[in-house]
Design a protein around this ligand. Structure first.
Ligand code: PEP
Length: 248
């Protein structure tokens, strides 16, 4: 079976003290020789803390955003090279909260994915439809449009992506897509990747949207669900560890 990948998205949460406690609990609680890949995506200011606390551990470091630019007059932005200096292996791009609150377009998301890849960081490309789009029967068209922009931009590097399907209506709402709903969209994404690369099977397809300790196992049992992007439940060590255990 393909190795699963579980990524925690802390969003704008945490403090030096709370992070230290959470990371300690995760390090202690991870199974020895566990098969699933595990990473946490923290606010950029805490990456140095993660780098120090996670050195020698199997938990990968992730960031939540990256600039599409290399350097220069882009106040407030953080470049891929900077993230790399602090050990980032992954970066979320196109999270729905960034699309919604920061006006990130498909083109911007694609440029960010490209900027990350260029510096050796794996972009976790987030796609997903709103409730309105789902109800209008547009789910497939929306996620395909979002992913197409990235595929077009990164060319031969498609197989180096991670893709996360996160229905916007399921994020932070406690409403999870059913395993069947999630699998159906994942199958669409897999087919789209397969049309772009012969290595589509290698691209981890994560599900995100109120994944928790109770529903993770069923979701992760679906053929095309290769892992999870976990928001709220990643802030509680016991819950996150249960999800990781379900991915072994
Ligand atoms: C997320 O923010 O990526 C997410 C999936 O959040 P939650 O698990 O809280 O729905």
């Amino acid at each position: 079976m393909k190795q699963k990948l579980i990524v925690g998205n802390w969003k704008m949460n945490g403090s030096l003290a709370a992070n230290a406690a959470l990371l300690q609990a995760l390090k202690q609680g991870l199974p020895e020789g566990g098969k699933a890949g595990v990473a946490v995506a923290a606010p950029a200011v805490y990456l140095a803390q993660l780098q120090a606390e996670l050195s020698g551990s199997a938990i990968g470091i992730g960031a939540q955003d990256v600039s599409q630019h290399e350097q220069g007059a882009f106040t407030g932005e953080v470049s891929a090279v900077m993230l790399k200096e602090f050990g980032a292996r992954y970066v979320l791009v196109g999270h729905s909260e960034r699309r919604q609150y920061h006006g990130e377009t498909d083109a911007v998301v694609a440029a960010k994915a490209q900027a990350a890849l260029a510096k050796g960081i794996t972009p976790i490309v987030c796609v997903g439809e709103t409730l309105q789009e789902r109800e209008a029967g547009q789910t497939e068209a929306v996620v395909k449009r979002q992913l197409a922009a990235v595929i077009h931009q990164v060319g031969a590097c498609v197989s180096e992506l991670v893709v996360a399907y996160e229905p916007v209506w399921a994020i932070g709402t406690g409403k999870t897509a059913t395993p069947e709903q999630a699998q159906a969209v994942h199958a669409v994404l897999r087919a789209q990747l397969a049309a772009a690369t012969e290595h589509a099977g290698r691209v981890p397809l994560l599900y995100g949207g109120s994944m928790n300790a109770a529903n993770a196992e069923q979701l992760l049992a679906q053929t095309d669900i290769d892992g999870g992007l976990v928001g709220g439940a990643s802030l509680k060590a016991a819950d996150f560890l249960t999800i990781v255990a379900a991915a072994q």
